[in-house]
Ligand binder design. Sequence first.
Ligand SMILES: Cc1cc2nc3c(=O)[nH]c(=O)nc-3n(C[C@H](O)[C@H](O)[C@H](O)COP(=O)(O)OP(=O)(O)OC[C@H]3O[C@@H](n4cnc5c(N)ncnc54)[C@H](O)[C@@H]3O)c2cc1C
Length: 429
Amino acid sequence: MSGQADVIIIGGGIIGCSLAWELAKRDVDVLLLERDDIAFGQSSRAWGFVRQQRRHPAEIPLMKAANQMWPTLSAELEADFEWTQHGIMAIADSEERMSYYRDWYEQTREFGIETQLLTTRDIRKLNPDMQGAWVGGIYTPGDGHAEPGQATKAFARAAEKLGARIRTGVTVDGIDVDGGQVRGVRANGEYIRARTVVCAAGTWSARLARTIGLDLLQRSVRQTVVEVEPRREISRIATWTPGVAFRQRPGGTVYLARPDDGDMDVDLDAIRNVGWFIPNYLENRDAFRINIGKTLLRDLKRIRPTSRHFRKQFAESAGIEPAPNPDVAQRCRHAFIRLFPHTGNPEVVRTWGGVIDTTPDALPVMGEAPEIAGFVWATGFSGHGFGIGPAAGKALAQLIDSGQSEFDLTPFRPDRFQSGYSFDTTKIG
Ligand SMILES: Cc1cc2nc3c(=O)[nH]c(=O)nc-3n(C[C@H](O)[C@H](O)[C@H](O)COP(=O)(O)OP(=O)(O)OC[C@H]3O[C@@H](n4cnc5c(N)ncnc54)[C@H](O)[C@@H]3O)c2cc1C
């Protein structure tokens, strides 16, 4: 491995890979280091929704830009990743849920996202086979979906073609900082120099950054996804219903998930700074199970981490698959069968788990750390980083290459979590 790069990116998820591509397009000498394989983390486990719908207003400009990028990306990256653009629909079975959709619609009209509020009859027209008693819904025809792992790998391959160096099986376990400036990283026993180091390490970002004394407010939630084979067309519209969210891939299989049925495996990060997460937790208290056990014990054994401990922890965690929750998988299937009884008992192709990283306000952390010159955050995408990924990569590349971005990144500034910072809570599902 060469001992030097202009920019080192830690993490080969959608954020790291789209950033590598954007930097390579700008002729920046970039080296991406990934502990496992490209897209081993959240970026291959996501459902693949690319949605502007129900986004926080602060994210909408970036998300609108991403939606404009997605339709041409397949041609630009020279890869197929099942991009499908037939909209996203969310359905309400209560007035309370419908008023939440209506509020979002009213609050974000100024952004000009084409969106329709739906009556029960509209829902039947959009998906005549779907059974259930609905109050109404919301539909955003310009939204879409894609296969996350394939899209992430396409970014990595395209970046390599433009000269980016991408190394997998390489764990960064130390970041060298001297005189308030990043100098390089340690990875697999080697030292690599760089004046810019980007932390795109997903759920591992907080632990990695703590090795250089930075505190990232980050918490993890495990989700379960099921892929079934109904052997008939369900819909090309990706849909959230109260019992299950689903999207049908072009090949016919369907991803099922329950956004409000997550497992929070309490670790030290969940306890540290717990106060910041309480508002969102209270808003979504029915959306998680809190599990106190193995994960916390593992962290407590390393409560005073030395670099040796971190090295061990990073190394040990490589290649570990998050466990899916079998009860959630069952609930997904049952809810899907209730929606589409005519599919009988669709065969389960696979079930998997994925761990989402979230921040207190469910917005990402993007930009240079004020405490350390050259250390750039690109993390905390809070369960919706896949869709926004291409634009996030572009915005960060602009920032790194020229010191400024065409996008307003102030809502995502790394130092926003200080006393007095107030934010809206985000409702899941
Ligand atoms: C079940 C599930 C469903 C989701 N559904 C959607 C959806 O429908 N739409 C949407 O927009 N978003 C969705 N998301 C969220 C989305 O997947 C994430 O926001 C996005 O993938 C984050 O990308 P990332 O690059 O920041 O992180 P990741 O994809 O997690 O990548 C981080 C990478 O860093 C690597 N790494 C960590 N530490 C080190 C180290 N020390 N050295 C080297 N490498 C390291 C990891 O191995 C990993 O590959 C979902 C997430 C999950 C889990």
